[in-house]
Ligand binder design. Structure first.
Ligand code: ZN
Length: 181
């Protein structure tokens, strides 16, 4: 198989992997979510020593999956802290107002943009009909991982940014409103 692997020849920036942090008093804070984080960082660090393009690509795949999963988990943690006032009864409206995708794009636009590289890589590799990897932004996947675990390390220890989420209506509820007017 003829493969262009130019997009696999880069060295990911080192991530400062602090897994534990002192909390209040005797408490110790553990970076969450620990399994996804450990899996992502391990693959991230293994990338440069990959023996061939397939090993490198498989590291990139694991980085994509584990980072995406950690990202989703952290967005859900933020979501759980949002106080709903007034309560939104429609499930789809809640999703449109503060679903994890909304939280990410509103509070972490760079993370949302970088996540697209992981999505593209996973979709591409999951379809056996796809050939070659020339169009994949593999470095973007590693930037995504770096951005989450290094540049947003505070999130791993439970920090949550302030944000406001104006009430959005889902398609169905919008349609209902129009009819009612
Ligand atoms: Zn609705």
């Amino acid at each position: 198989m003829d493969v262009t692997t130019d997009n696999l020849s880069f060295s990911p920036r080192p991530i400062e992997a602090v897994g534990l942090r002192a909390g209040e008093g005797a408490a110790v804070l553990v970076a969450m979510p620990s399994i996804q984080r450990a899996t992502a960082l391990r693959a991230y660090n293994a990338f440069s020593s990959g023996r061939d393009w397939m090993e490198r690509l498989s590291s990139a795949y694991v980085v994509s999956l584990a980072t995406r999963s950690a990202d989703k988990y952290l967005m859900q943690q933020i979501q759980n802290c949002i106080v709903e006032d007034p309560a939104i009864s429609c499930k789809k409206c809640r999703e449109a107002t503060f679903g994890t995708n909304v939280i990410r794009s509103r509070l972490f636009p760079k993370l949302a943009a970088l996540r697209e590289h992981a999505n593209a890589l996973i979709h591409h590799l999951d379809n056996p009909k796809n050939r070659g990897i020339a169009e994949l932004n593999v470095q973007g996947v590693f930037d995504y991982c770096y951005h989450l675990f290094h540049e947003n390390a505070e999130l791993l220890f439970g920090w949550s940014p302030e944000g406001s989420f104006p009430h959005m209506k889902c398609k169905e509820c919008r349609a209902k409103n129009v009819e009612g007017q």
